[in-house]
Design a protein around this ligand. Structure first.
Ligand code: A3P
Length: 313
């Protein structure tokens, strides 16, 4: 079946009027509101914008793919569920993968239906996720006081993680030529959910303008100071740790529950398509894969795009 076969006629004509290009695999991508999408995701983005009705307590976990979305989902579920506590086997995370518990707007909910029934949403507050940039969420959120958490990661680790992810999806070994094409398309800013810098900067600026509703987190900070960062996340989500919880080791229990080793060991995350979201979970793995030339190229683009933003990579 071709890429266009599941796209509704009305959306197809809208899509065909948009600028298009090809991603590193040669798949056609379309630029909508400054972001590149494959057509099925774009149909879902448009349906989301038309039909989503926010509630005041909604939580949205946003990221550029391969930045630690799975980890952010697990931590958020664990923080909201923490009365259950610890790494016990009946915790929702033991039976549902983070991606089942926190669906994507454009890759799950609105991909399956233009108007998904969100009244039976499994969690309260509702927790959603997305790879869309912040400006694409603005109109459907209609100033609702939702909490938005953005997870950012070093672009070089994102690239290497994506490279492995694509190889796993394609059920093949990683190939250097793919990495080279990915770096190329990354630096051009023409890639699925890219440009990377627009995704990051939209949420970075959003967090500076409205820190009460947009929290900007970094994968590397979570690794370096996990307790402080998870307490920051809890505070932002409106479920801070009490002194009693802190004394009782609740922060550490949540970190252990959501640690790479523990989370990836659950049966649900070892089966089906869920295991592709777990690889190494380390900082600076790019040093093992990128050539000096690739590094320099990426550094130049990053320096140019982030200059003056106040954001350090
Ligand atoms: P690596 O490929 O570098 O190992 P996403 O969830 O946005 O798709 O990102 C996937 C990346 O996050 C992968 O990185 C994966 O291994 C890592 N990851 C998944 N779960 C994690 C966890 N609990 N703690 C730390 N990293 C995790």
């Amino acid at each position: 079946m071709g890429d266009d076969d599941n796209i509704r006629t009305e959306i197809r004509s809208l899509i065909s009027s948009l600028p298009s290009d090809a991603d590193f695999q040669g798949a056609k991508i379309y630029n909508y509101q400054g972001c590149w999408y494959r057509n099925f995701a774009l149909q879902a983005v448009i349906d989301f914008q038309r039909n989503f009705k926010p509630t005041d307590t909604d939580i949205i976990l946003a990221s550029y793919p391969k930045s630690g979305t799975t980890w952010a989902k697990a931590l958020t579920v664990a923080l909201l569920e923490r009365s259950v506590g610890g790494s016990c086997n009946n915790h929702p995370l033991a039976s549902g993968s983070p991606h089942m518990l926190v669906p994507f707007f454009e890759l799950d909910l609105y991909r399956k239906s233009p108007e998904p029934d969100l009244t039976k949403f499994p969690s309260s507050p509702r927790v959603f996720s997305t790879h869309m940039p912040l400006h694409t969420l603005r109109q459907p959120l209609m100033n609702a006081p939702c909490k938005i958490v953005y997870m950012c990661r070093n672009v070089k680790d994102v690239l290497v993680s994506r490279w492995h992810f694509y190889a796993k999806m394609a059920k093949k070994e990683v190939e250097r030529s793919d990495l080279e094409s990915m770096v190329e398309s990354f630096c051009r800013g023409v890639h699925y959910f890219g440009p990377f810098w627009d995704s990051v900067l939209s949420y970075w600026r959003g967090s500076l303008e409205d820190p009460e509703h947009v929290l900007f987190m970094k994968y590397e900070d979570l690794k370096a100071e996990p307790c402080a960062q998870v307490m920051r996340l809890a505070e932002f989500l409106g479920c801070p740790f009490s002194q009693e919880e802190k004394r009782g080791g609740s922060v550490e229990k949540i970190l252990e529950l959501c640690s790479f080793g523990n989370l990836s060991s659950f049966d649900v995350n070892q089966t089906g398509t869920h295991n592709i979201f777990f690889r190494k979970g380390e900082v600076d793995d790019w040093k093992n894969h990128l050539t000096t030339e690739m590094q320099k190229k990426i550094d130049m683009v990053i320096q140019e795009k982030f200059q003056g933003s106040g954001l350090e990579f």
